[in-house]
Write a protein that binds this ligand. Structure first.
Ligand SMILES: Nc1ncnc2c1ncn2[C@@H]1O[C@H](COP(=O)(O)OP(=O)(O)OP(=O)(O)O)[C@@H](O)[C@H]1O
Length: 209
């Protein structure tokens, strides 16, 4: 379970952005909706341990994440949280398989080729394992980014604007893959977007005013 309590943040000299309390139960799928500039990315960074808020507390499965040392927090994030950004941010000189191995080692987990094969197969890109990122299409790269996010079986899967640069068909495909992967891996899913096309797929919505 994730809980956000009395959280507010202010960037240097800017107005305080307050976030209403939010409780996310295990396995739930949530849409985080808000206009551009409303604070979606800020809240995702707070949720994932990247940005310590000026006020408030975030607990993930009972751990108050900002009470951890930065080293512990990095390891905690690597093991418990999978993040999908708008762009894949893969390492170009490494194969798809090596990029995924790297995600395992960042979390201090042993290399597990079987898990890599399993995830790539479930995303329909097992044949791209030995390819380099520049040999893949945008849609395939987006799948690799989902693979990297779920490789360590995170309890929380977060996607920041995963569909905004995609056409209707690809947007629907990526969304259904995210939901499917959250089901297979029993991970809680939070998708931040201002893309109204994805609204109907979710029953739980957290709205930023
Ligand atoms: N590093 C920063 N320093 C100062 N102000 C920032 C910083 N990052 C974001 N902001 C400001 O905080 C507010 C919220 O930004 P944020 O990026 O969280 O919004 P968003 O909802 O994700 O927007 P978008 O949909 O356009 O990505 C905005 O007014 C933005 O200008």
């Amino acid at each position: 379970m994730i809980s956000i309590q009395s959280v507010a943040h202010r960037y240097n000299g800017s107005p305080l952005i307050s976030f209403k309390d939010w409780q996310i139960n295990d396995g739930e799928q949530w849409l985080l909706l808000g206009d551009s500039g409303s604070g979606k990315t800020t809240l995702l960074h707070i949720l994932t341990g990247i940005l310590k808020p000026e006020q408030g507390e975030i607990t993930l499965n009972g751990t108050a994440i900002y009470n951890l040392s930065s080293k512990k927090l990095d390891q905690f994030r690597g093991r418990n949280i999978g993040i999908i950004f708008q762009k894949p941010h893969l390492i170009k000189s490494l194969t798809i398989s090596e990029n995924l191995t790297l995600a395992q080692s960042f979390a201090n987990l042993p290399q597990n080729q079987g898990r890599i094969d399993e995830v790539l197969t479930s995303l329909g890109i097992a044949d791209k394992k030995k390819s380099y990122p520049n040999e893949l299409s945008q849609g395939q790269l987006q799948r690799v980014s989902i693979a990297r996010a779920v490789i360590n079986k995170p309890t929380l899967l977060i996607a920041d604007e995963p569909t905004s640069s995609l056409d209707d068909k690809n947007a629907a495909a990526v969304l259904s893959l995210l939901m499917q992967q959250s089901d297979i891996n029993r991970a809680t899913l939070v998708v931040a977007t201002h893309d109204k096309r994805v609204k109907d797929a979710f029953t739980n919505t957290y709205n930023l005013a």
